[in-house]
Design a binder for this molecule. Structure first.
Ligand SMILES: [Zn+2]
Length: 469
């Protein structure tokens, strides 16, 4: 089946030009003019941008946390992602100490395989390094194509790993060709500050932010970067929220260390004052790291523009306000951390970034798609519009205005952190490997049609990754 997208403006991380795009067998078969003959279906994209599909490198779907489970699973989460212009996600597979890593991966396959409507891969959490883990890692890279490992420097007594674990993970990643990701906050200091706040009777949501000051993020980011330098390895810092962390990443990069940083839309448009909303509504804005003082937004935008930060993840981690966020009434430490955002990452970033002149349209594509594909072993199969790449395409109306609201979003959650925010630009149709998932703003995909992404080793992105299952 051949499809032809005509009259659109193709935008990649490097170029912007008018051309037609021929899709055959799920791949981009040709780009040029007058490709019209032989296509069974012609899609008119006049007035629209034709973007490579967004890649969200940071999602938590169907994830247990703090005695509850995120409200979006791989079905509702990937449908919402597709509505928002995202055609691939990489989700975090949580592991349990003492259990084979393989078991955790199997659990994540079971959560996702019959549900995902777009392609998906996994990062694997490493919470301890021992002989068994060291034996398993090369096999997991080889067999599962999981080439990124996440280490938590925070969440003491839950996910937190010590510095030896981080350092040995960095060494192992270097040896086998993987990227180490860190949640960079000093969990020990946070634990102390949290206990102190509770003892003093400070239980409201705002204390979530006040007990995790930006310095603990800056400290952990700098520590992780230095350990990466010693190991000669490679590091990706997730959800960078503040100036202190940007500085440390920039410093490390200037030394020539292989360190990259991701930020998220919430840190670009929301700020710490949201945690003070009345009637416990501040709980809707509890992320870790927390929202920061507003001036940090400009620091983050500049860092994206200047290349000090390189990617945008959503950190999708949705919990309903009713019944889930409310677990923390009277004790902010019981508020599940995270928010719904998988659907809005792409268009919010376009609206606030490109439309407001903060980044170029090519930077937009690089930050939401191309760079992510390169760092996580998916390029050039994903992340660009080129002959031979998967036909993961977003047909995007750059002038359509809409208001974000829980009434109209597709995530399975009872609020939006961006309620009432006006955005310009909206995905009209979205294709995954040449098949419509969203057609004229209607979901037409099928649960289970998303494929598991086996990813290439770090540093070998030039070779097309192979598919499994
Ligand atoms: Zn996260």
């Amino acid at each position: 089946m051949k499809k032809l997208i005509t009259n659109g403006t193709i935008v990649t991380a490097a170029d912007m030009y008018e051309a037609d795009l021929l899709i055959e067998d799920g791949k981009i078969a040709a780009i040029g003019k007058n490709l019209g003959t032989g296509a069974e279906e012609v899609i008119d994209a006049r007035g629209a941008y034709v973007f490579p599909g967004g890649i969200d490198p940071h999602t938590h779907l169907d994830m247990p946390f703090g005695g509850t489970v995120t409200s979006d699973d791989f079905e509702t989460g990937t449908i919402a992602a597709a509505y928002g212009g995202t055609t691939s996600i990489i989700d975090f597979c949580l592991t349990n100490k003492g259990e084979p890593l393989k078991n955790a991966i199997q659990t994540w396959h079971e959560k996702s395989k019959s549900k995902a409507v777009i392609d998906y891969g996994f990062h694997l959490m490493i919470s301890e390094v021992n002989e068994q883990v060291l034996e398993e890692i090369p096999l997991i890279i080889e067999e599962e194509g999981i080439t990124s490992f996440k280490v938590f420097m925070a969440y003491k007594n839950v996910f937190q790993a010590d510095d030896e674990t981080l350092f040995r993970t960095l060494l192992t990643a270097k040896e086998h060709g993987a990227l180490v990701m860190v949640h960079a906050e000093n969990g020990d200091v946070i634990d102390f500050l949290v206990n102190k706040a509770l003892k003093e009777g400070n239980t409201a949501p705002i204390y979530h932010a006040l007990t995790r000051p930006p310095e603990v993020e800056g400290e952990a980011t700098g520590r992780a970067a230095q350990l990466t330098g010693i190991a000669g390895s490679q590091l990706y810092v997730v959800h960078v929220s503040c100036a202190e962390a940007v500085e440390k990443i920039d410093e490390a990069r200037k030394k020539g260390y292989q360190v990259w940083g991701e930020t998220c839309p919430q840190y670009l448009v929301l700020d710490q004052s949201y945690l003070e909303k009345p009637n416990f509504e501040g709980a809707k804005y509890v992320w870790s790291p927390p929202l920061r003082e507003k001036w940090n937004q400009e620091v983050l935008w500049n860092a994206l523009k200047n290349g000090q930060l390189q990617t945008l993840g959503s950190d999708q981690c949705s919990f309903n306000f009713k019944g889930q966020k409310e677990l923390g009434v009277g004790d902010f430490t019981k508020i599940p951390n995270g928010g719904p955002i998988i659907e809005d990452r792409f268009s919010l970033f376009f609206s606030e970034g490109v439309k407001k002149g903060r980044i170029s349209i090519n930077q937009f594509v690089d930050i939401v798609s191309t760079r992510i594909a390169k760092l996580f072993g998916l390029f050039p199969r994903k992340g660009t519009i080129a002959v031979g790449s998967d036909a993961d395409i977003v047909i995007f109306d750059p002038n359509k205005e809409r208001v974000i609201s829980a009434e109209t979003h597709h995530m399975n959650v009872d609020y939006s952190a961006f309620e009432g925010m006006k955005v310009t630009g909206e995905p009209i149709s979205v294709l995954s490997r040449g098949e419509f998932v969203i057609r004229e703003k209607e979901f037409v995909g099928k649960p289970g049609s998303g494929q598991y992404l086996k990813r290439a080793r770090f540093g070998s992105q030039e070779k097309p990754a192979e598919k499994v299952r």
